[in-house]
Ligand binder design. Sequence first.
Ligand SMILES: NC(=O)c1ccc[n+]([C@@H]2O[C@H](COP(=O)([O-])OP(=O)(O)OC[C@H]3O[C@@H](n4cnc5c(N)ncnc54)[C@H](OP(=O)(O)O)[C@@H]3O)[C@@H](O)[C@H]2O)c1
Length: 338
Amino acid sequence: MRVMQLPAFGLDQLQMVSLPTPEPGPGEVLVRFQAAAINYRDYQIVTGEFAPAADLPIVPCSDGAGLVAAVGDGVTELAVGDLVCPLFFPHWQSGEAVGNERSVSSGLEAPGTLREFGIYRPAELARAAGNLTAAEAACFPCAGLTAWNCVHTLAGIGPGDWVLAQGTGGVALFALQFAKALGARVIISSSSDVKLERALALGADHGINYVAEPEWGIRARELTGGQGVNCVVEIGGEGTLPQSVAALHRGGHIGIVGYLAGIGLGLTVFDLIERNASLHGVSVGNRENFVAMMACVEEQRVQPAISAEYAFADAPAALADISAGQHFGKLVVNIAED
Ligand SMILES: NC(=O)c1ccc[n+]([C@@H]2O[C@H](COP(=O)([O-])OP(=O)(O)OC[C@H]3O[C@@H](n4cnc5c(N)ncnc54)[C@H](OP(=O)(O)O)[C@@H]3O)[C@@H](O)[C@H]2O)c1
């Protein structure tokens, strides 16, 4: 089988190698990957920025989807032909992570999805919603689940609520789609008017250009009629949090996801007290969350925004493109169609 391996840090170090196709033992499942999806973390892992002490070689990319190709003795949970996704944290099944449940992640400590086949235990996989193609299903394990947990699990967003999502990357557009599926209204911020038009076409109620309007949080509050938003999906961190708080309704929630604008907080306690605000650190999610998300995806026919697709051999270009930041939604690598 073909595997894209990283024997040393650097995008130019990625190489396609040929390895024996594994066979499932008792209690194991063989997955034939159809597609992988790129997250910014994958790029940081490949360049060595994310985990410089990581053991090499790495098979990059946490996210993907594939068909069950064979099952070992005793496997009853999955059958040949099922479309499945590997979990971002294969050992974190439910509740708050305890012990070492989050010590292994796909595409870093465990082999990722840039390979034709992988062996998993059924609990390390979850079925994809029936309305999804493999390329679409591949987009959910990290970006989709992170957005779902911000909007639904932690903020409990429902009809009539307001959600503010920053940017037009994978997490933000999933937040947009889940919020709309849950009956909420959505404001998207972006550096690009063209991307804002696309976000409106995808269902956003309002768009704000955060470069043209540095006080975009205050503008977002105005757009809600002055009450503020019930949930912010926080992509920037230090450079964006003050405006996120300015946008917030009393009792509102901020899901802290990324730090593209700095790792500090840049707030006073009074900012939070005044709004009875809840700040939630978010680290993707567990299997139980994933199953709940896929039920919503199937019921509401959610289909991710795929910005571009690449052949397997072009995975390095897909990783380079996520850092270039021109994308709208997800970048997908087709593993099976090369
Ligand atoms: N904690 C977790 O569990 C978790 C999970 C997934 C991702 N993350 C992190 O969350 C961040 C976003 O992930 P992603 O997959 O959505 O990345 P992505 O697809 O690369 O999208 C990033 C987008 O963020 C927007 N952005 C950048 N700087 C911004 C700023 N100062 N203010 C507002 N928006 C800004 C840009 O949107 P425009 O081009 O429209 O301006 C950019 O396209 C990354 O830092 C990632 O590492 C964390």
